[in-house]
Design a binder for this molecule. Structure first.
Ligand SMILES: CC(=O)[C@@H](O)[C@H](O)COP(=O)(O)O
Ligand SMILES: NCC(=O)COP(=O)(O)O
Length: 239
């Protein structure tokens, strides 16, 4: 079964537009889980443009499914995650000024650094996942870091899905297969949507979790949160 973790960054983007508490990030997290989300993902960025440090702590007691915190492991991020102790941390090599995540790790180049950081999270009992481009060659280096999982960066898939979906998914299948051979679990995310999710989940072997934010929160504006979460869960169902 592939779990649906809803990324609520965009709820915070909307809230921050006015500086108040509407819409509430915590209320959204509670409702999304009630409507069937099997996890909540956030990506607190250093400039707090959407999720703030306060949100990270406020959400902890309210996420009763699986709490996944994404980010670039600068010292302040590492310390916050160690304090909050989510079920999973996803390491993403974002530049501080990146508009959104735009690349996976070069685990060959940054292997020693990742190994050190991942040991800290492992010691605290927090599952680790590292954001990776669909490149099977990179998997053995990812495995050497001691990470539990990889998260496949699906922007290229989403972009090419409408052009040629068989071709768009190929490298993801190969990378997932290589990950399984190396004992790594496989997550995926970025620009997944109601349109492109089903084919990806049906085709990539052993997909444990998808984290979806931008499209899901946008679709919820039209369809409502409950209908939207249910529609995503249907795309992930195997029967
Ligand atoms: C790690 C990842 O894939 C991202 O999709 C990210 O969580 C989205 O961040 P923004 O919401 O800041 O674009
Ligand atoms: N890890 C990916 C994520 O959390 C959400 O990405 P997106 O759906 O907002 O592109």
């Amino acid at each position: 079964m592939t779990k649906l973790s809803v990324n609520i960054n965009k709820i915070a983007t909307l809230r921050n537009a006015r500086g108040g508490e509407l819409p509430s990030v915590t209320e959204a997290a509670v409702k999304l889980q009630k409507f069937g989300a099997q996890g909540i993902t956030i990506h607190p960025r250093p400039d707090e443009r959407h999720i703030t440090r306060k949100d990270v702590y406020d959400l902890k007691p309210l996420v009763t499914t699986e709490y996944n915190i994404e980010g670039n492991p600068h010292r302040a991020f590492i310390d916050m995650v160690l304090e909050v102790k989510p079920e999973q941390v996803t390491l993403v090599p974002d530049a501080d000024d990146a508009i959104t995540s735009n690349a996976g790790w070069d685990c060959q180049k940054h292997g020693a650094f990742l190994k050190e950081v991942i040991r800290e999270f492992n010691d605290a009992g927090i599952r680790t996942s590292i954001f990776l481009d669909p490149n099977p060659e990179m998997v053995k280096y990812a495995a050497q870091t001691g990470a539990d999982r990889i998260e496949l960066y699906t922007e290229a898939y989403a972009k090419n899905y409408t052009v040629n979906r068989e071709q768009a998914v190929q490298d993801y299948v190969k990378t997932a297969e290589e990950a399984h051979l190396n004992g790594l679990g496989v997550n995926a995310g970025h620009d997944l949507s109601l349109d492109n999710l089903k084919y990806f989940a049906d085709t990539v072997p052993g997909l444990l979790e998808v984290s979806i934010g931008h499209a899901l929160i946008s679709e919820a504006l039209y369809m409502g949160m409950e209908n939207t979460v249910q529609a995503y869960l249907k795309r992930l169902a195997k029967w």
